[in-house]
Each structure stands twice: as structure tokens, then as C-alpha cells.
Design a protein around this ligand. Structure first.
Ligand SMILES: NC(=O)c1ccc[n+]([C@@H]2O[C@H](COP(=O)([O-])OP(=O)(O)OC[C@H]3O[C@@H](n4cnc5c(N)ncnc54)[C@H](OP(=O)(O)O)[C@@H]3O)[C@@H](O)[C@H]2O)c1
Length: 284
């Protein structure tokens, strides 16, 4: 049976460390880390995610501000808020909640964020730094996955890693992170042929697909480390990942549960990035 990788415990450990560092930062410099979240539209899942981020900020002593815009907002008002926040000394991290309504281009909007305040790690400057092996802000979900892997002492160098899903939010940055740590990477997507065969080669298998329980036991190598990024709500209300958890856990050496795995790490890494951005302003 696989070891369950406990994202809940790791994210709590990270949060308590951030809480004490935030107290120290405030005592020594007067700086209180501040995070601003911009939400366009009223997607119910996005609202929940934004609320969670706000609550987590409060939990660790950060300042948190939320900006809500109607679903039919044009790009201009979103960019105006970003410009104001770029110059706001009390705000160190800016996040535009994704997905944006279809008529807005996320790339064009995210590009307007000051890269050092881009705590989601999605600005081309941050992606470029990751590409050159010298990252500044790392995208939160891939960063959280690396943290889980490291905290369980899993060797990455030389390992065969297969990522199913090529999203800019998860699959692509994760591939670079693993590559920078000397894994051999394969990225799969909807046009990949022989997906099952490729998945079975993986010593580290990451599913970021958005298809409930798509990864079955017969797609997993004995002793593989299985990371499930998917968060899928079934018709009966249950939350499941992209991995058929019970059967895959019989074959894997390590596995992340859903819920309680990668999802909680994403928010924890957002706090890590915001604290880092705030610490940049310490007078030296
Ligand atoms: N834990 C977290 O904090 C977190 C963060 C982000 C996302 N998620 C969850 O992760 C899942 C994916 O989200 P996302 O936004 O990263 O991805 P996305 O943009 O929806 O992309 C999904 C990827 O999976 C690929 N794919 C879909 N069906 C496939 C199939 N049958 N075979 C092979 N590849 C397939 C797609 O291929 P193509 O490129 O060819 O279309 C695409 O690259 C969702 O369940 C989401 O809720 C969780």
C-alpha cells in the first residue's frame, strides 16, 4: 500500500512557519505582507478559491484585499486596478483569479502585473526565469507539488517523470521544475498516442487532466510516485481526483489524496511567494 502524501499537514506546517516569519518581519521592519486578488465575474468555484485565499491571508497575518468586477468587464478596468496595485506600497502580491471570462485574454492581463508582485508566477518574466533555471516566483500548484515531493524525500534526479496535461498553469511549469532537477520528462495531452504505455513508464506520474479517475491501476508502474492534481466534482457531490485513488494506491509507493493533497499546497505556496515579495522590500 502506498504512503499517503499529506498535503494538509505540509500546508499547515508551511502556514505556521509563515505566521512566525510575518510577525518577525513586522517587528523588525514594520512591513506587513499584502496580497490583492482580482476576481472578474461570478464563477462559483473561483469565488470559493478567492475566499480560501483571503482566509489563509488572515490566518498568517497578511493584509488581504479583494477587487470584484462584473462578468462583462472589459480589459481596461482590470488593467487600471493592476496599475494602481503595482504602485501600492502596502501590496506585495497581485493575483488575477483564473479562469477569466472568455472575452478577456489572460496573457495580456497578467503581463501588466509587476513581475515581482506576480505571486502566481505566470508573468512571462517569471516563466522566463524558470526556463533559464533561475526562478523568482514559481507558479503555486507546480511549486506545491515540488514541495510535497521534497518533503517526502523523494529522489528526482535521473527519474522518469510523466506529466499528463500541458496547461500553462501546471503541466508546462512543472515539466521545467522537474527538468531543472534532472528528471527525464514526458508531457502527454489529448493528441498523445499510447498514453497508457507512456504512463506505465513513469517513476513519477503526475495527472493534471480534469477527468475524474482517468488514471487506473493498469496505467501505473509498480512503486511509482503518483501526484493527483485534478479536482473533479461528481454528480453525487463527491470530490475526486484524476486518479482512481483506491486501486492506484495498491500499486504506487506514494500517492496524494483528493482532497487533502495538492489543492491545499497551492494556497500555501501563494503565501510563500507573497512573503518573499514582501521581504524584497526590507531595507538592506
Ligand atoms: N490542485 C490545484 O490547486 C489545482 C490547480 C489547477 C488545476 N487543478 C485541477 O487540475 C485539473 C486540470 O486543470 P488545468 O487547468 O491544469 O488543465 P486544463 O487547462 O484543463 O488542461 C487539461 C490538460 O489535460 C489534457 N487532457 C484532457 N483530457 C485528456 C485525455 N483524455 N488524455 C490526455 N490528456 C488529456 C489536455 O490536453 P490538450 O492540451 O490537448 O487539450 C490539457 O493539456 C482540473 O481538475 C483542475 O480543477 C487543480
Amino acid at each position: 500500500m502506498a504512503v499517503i502524501m499529506d498535503g494538509k499537514k505540509i500546508s499547515q506546517d508551511i502556514k505556521s512557519q509563515i505566521k512566525s516569519e510575518t510577525i518577525r518581519l513586522k517587528d523588525e521592519t514594520g512591513i506587513v505582507p499584502g496580497l490583492a486578488v482580482i476576481l472578474v465575474g461570478d464563477d462559483p468555484a473561483s469565488k470559493i478559491y478567492v475566499k480560501r485565499k483571503e482566509n489563509s491571508c488572515k490566518e498568517v497575518g497578511f493584509l488581504s484585499r479583494e477587487f470584484r468586477l462584473p462578468h462583462d468587464s472589459e480589459e481596461e478596468p482590470v488593467i487600471r486596478i493592476i496599475h494602481e496595485l503595482n504602485h501600492d506600497k502596502n501590496i506585495h502580491g497581485i493575483l488575477v483569479q483564473l479562469p477569466l471570462p472568455k472575452h478577456l485574454d489572460p496573457v495580456s492581463i497578467i503581463e501588466k502585473i509587476d513581475p515581482q508582485k506576480d505571486v502566481d508566477g505566470l508573468h512571462p518574466w517569471n516563466i522566463g526565469r524558470l526556463f533559464t533555471g533561475n526562478p523568482y516566483h514559481i507558479a503555486c500548484t507546480p511549486g506545491g507539488i515540488m514541495e510535497i515531493i521534497d518533503r517526502y524525500g523523494i529522489e528526482i534526479e535521473g527519474k522518469e517523470a510523466v506529466i499528463i496535461g500541458r496547461s500553462s498553469l501546471v503541466g508546462k511549469p512543472l515539466a521545467l521544475l522537474l527538468l531543472n532537477r534532472h528528471a527525464t520528462i514526458t508531457i502527454c495531452h489529448t493528441r498523445t498516442r499510447h498514453l497508457e504505455e507512456i504512463a506505465r513508464r513513469a517513476e513519477i506520474l503526475i495527472a493534471d487532466v480534469g477527468r475524474p479517475e482517468m488514471i487506473r491501476k493498469d496505467m501505473v508502474k509498480d512503486g511509482a510516485v503518483v501526484i493527483d492534481v485534478g479536482i473533479n466534482r461528481l454528480a453525487d457531490g463527491r470530490l475526486v481526483g484524476d486518479v482512481a485513488y483506491a486501486e492506484v494506491a495498491e500499486r504506487a509507493s506514494y500517492i496524494t489524496p483528493v482532497p487533502g493533497g495538492v489543492g491545499l499546497m497551492t494556497v500555501a505556496m501563494l503565501l510563500v511567494n507573497t512573503l518573499k515579495a514582501a521581504s524584497f522590500h526590507i531595507p538592506r
